[in-house]
Design a protein around this ligand. Sequence first.
Ligand code: MN
Length: 438
Amino acid sequence: MSRLNETHDASLRSWVDSANADGADFPIQNLPFGVFRRRGTNESWRGGVAIGDRVLDLGAAQAAGVFSGDAAAAAVQAAKPLLNEFMSMGPRYWSALRLALSRALRDGAAAQARLAACLLPQADAEFSVPARIGDYTDMYASIYHATNIGRLFRPDNPLLPNFQWVPIGYHGRASSIGVSGQQFHRPHGQIMPPGAQAPVFEPCRRLDYELEIGIWVGVGNAQGESIALDEVDAHVFGLALFNDWSARDIQSWEYQPLGPFLSKNFASTISPWIVTMEALEPYRVAWDRPKDHPQPLAYLESDDNRARGGVDMRIESWIETARMRAAGAAPVRLSHSTFAHSYWSVGQMVAHHTGGGCNLNPGDLLASGTQSGPDPSEAAALIEITAGGKNPVDLGNGESRTFLEDGDAVILRGWCERSGYARIGFGECRGVVLPART
Ligand code: MN
């Protein structure tokens, strides 16, 4: 059964001209959801859809009478200041609204005259975290990251034996997740200096980023019930870019035996737009496990997961130092990889998370863990790029970095492309490091 439909047709063009530009992140085949208001106002936050360099105000479009039936019911919820209720409605409503938007935004659509007044330039908008995140779980799904970082923390035993059997995760902090543009102070925490007898409580000196995929839960599950691997598509709403800022010197002292604490809970940044799983369908790829590795237990194994469990989402991390910003210089790319390298699929992460009866709720967030690939150029955190701070990375403007300095911005970007289909993008996930509070 093909999950592709008329909304994926690469030949579709929009009457919003900027959506048709080469390399645009938001062509009519994308239609991601977010929450916005006019920049610098006290207007209420409201749901919107990205099209080209504009955002379509869903409440205004609904009031203009553009939608009917399931699409209208979905638009009422998707227009709210938080998308949780829309996300809880499930694929029938998500798809109905996507189809209605695709038809209304196409070249020649009768709705053009009514919708043109419902568009705002994204440059004139500000965005918020698009849903109330009840719970956030950070996974650890890249074997390349787990091996690289494990080698630094435990040279004799880099990959712990459970990694190839369990989609590893820990419960993170939802309160400090902010939307792209977030600025946060360098965190304090306990650090054990080399050779010292006692730790100090000081600002982090080894501040890092982690390039991850955010996985937004749509339809939840009842406590005590699990989500079977092949049912996950009916529960996951979409994907975004996610930066799990990490204080490595705090982490290395505190992480055993129960995992990260202050090293991870001070800030995380998510991109404003949620690209739906339906939009991502053309870029699904096979999920594979090398024959000489342990094969998944039965609850993490299915033909459908083997056939289309992966997502070929190209991901990049960039740095913009304060000096670059002052000079008007472009950011410098630090890494590039694809989510298709992930050792565990989105389906396996969700099936395992709920496998013991844990209930997920609409708007809950999973992150994929740092998505490093096999090549050194695919290392998705500075601790890997610089081998634990031993090999500084040259930024080409006279600056170099081992870890992040005050004033540094990290920018994550992502997109999908495949021959015969449109290129769709995720926009940007940007965060800036401020000096530690004194
Ligand atoms: Mn992480």
